[in-house]
Design a protein around this ligand. Structure first.
Ligand code: ADP
Ligand code: ADP
Ligand code: ZN
Length: 216
């Protein structure tokens, strides 16, 4: 199964992606995670991406497209993959179509996780990430059992540099300007399903699984 998760920052893409990837046994490809890993490792790519990310702006299309193209050509993606946070612009979506066409594969579904703008800031600002395994928590809505410690691996939790109110607000505006047109793009291709992202995490997951099971 080849899937895309769409939705504004804080919608719950990463949270759902982890569960979907396990359920359907496909790799979870998060461009944000790839950039954060490269920043941590101090690579050239990390240096290039950091200034954009810190400002809440998008990393240039050509940089992101190349990374995703390389990633989905790897062997573990042969049976499918789940893209989280990519594509984010129409040129990225067009490039993805071209790459997948050349590979002779096609998209199965685009899931759009819908959440009201006023909830997104609270979600992103309260988000905490595990340094060890990148698991995502929320100080209020999805807390770890012990404050600051990951339930899954015992790693320390941290707050992303870009999860402050000012940067999140910019990221939401960027989403509205650059990413929202993708909803129509995939609607026109008859690939889009909208999911209510304001329900409990488990219910959102249940709705997504129901959609994907009825696809097969
Ligand atoms: P995204 O990848 O779309 O930016 P995340 O999955 O990282 O979003 O979720 C953003 C924050 O909101 C995290 O702190 C997460 O724990 C929390 N969260 C995710 N889904 C829900 C939900 N359905 N209800 C309440 N909080 C949620
Ligand atoms: P969120 O889901 O909360 O917006 P992500 O982890 O997906 O966060 O992305 C964090 C940042 O990484 C973005 O604000 C952007 O700077 C960069 N980024 C991630 N994916 C892309 C993409 N497809 N195109 C351009 N920039 C990206
Ligand atoms: Zn962890």
């Amino acid at each position: 199964m080849r899937l895309i998760l769409l939705g504004p920052p804080g919608a719950g893409k990463g949270t759902q992606a982890t569960s979907i990837a396990t359920e359907f046994n496909i790799p979870h490809i998060s461009t944000g995670d790839i950039f954060r890993y490269n920043i941590k490792e101090g690579t050239e790519l990390g240096k290039k991406a950091k200034s954009f990310m810190d400002q809440g702006l998008l990393v240039p299309d050509e940089v992101v497209v190349e990374i995703v193209e390389d990633r989905i050509k790897q062997e573990d993606c042969e049976k499918g993959f789940l893209l989280d946070g990519f594509p984010r612009t129409v040129p990225q979506a067009v490039a993805l179509d071209e790459v997948m066409n050349k590979m002779g594969v096609s998209l199965d579904k685009v899931i759009n996780i819908q959440v009201d703008k006023n909830i997104l800031v609270e979600r992103a600002v309260g988000r905490r990430i595990c340094k060890g395994c990148s698991a995502t928590y929320h100080i209020q809505f999805n807390p770890s059992a012990t404050e600051g410690i990951c339930d899954k691996c015992g790693g320390n939790l941290y707050q992303r540099d870009d999860d402050n109110e000012a940067t999140v607000t910019t990221r939401i505006d960027v989403y509205l300007n650059e990413t929202l047109p993708l909803i129509e793009y995939y609607e026109n291709k008859d690939k889009l399903t909208v999911i209510d992202g304001q329900q409990h995490i488990d219910k959102v997951f249940e709705d997504i699984v129901n959609v994907l099971r009825s696809e097969k």
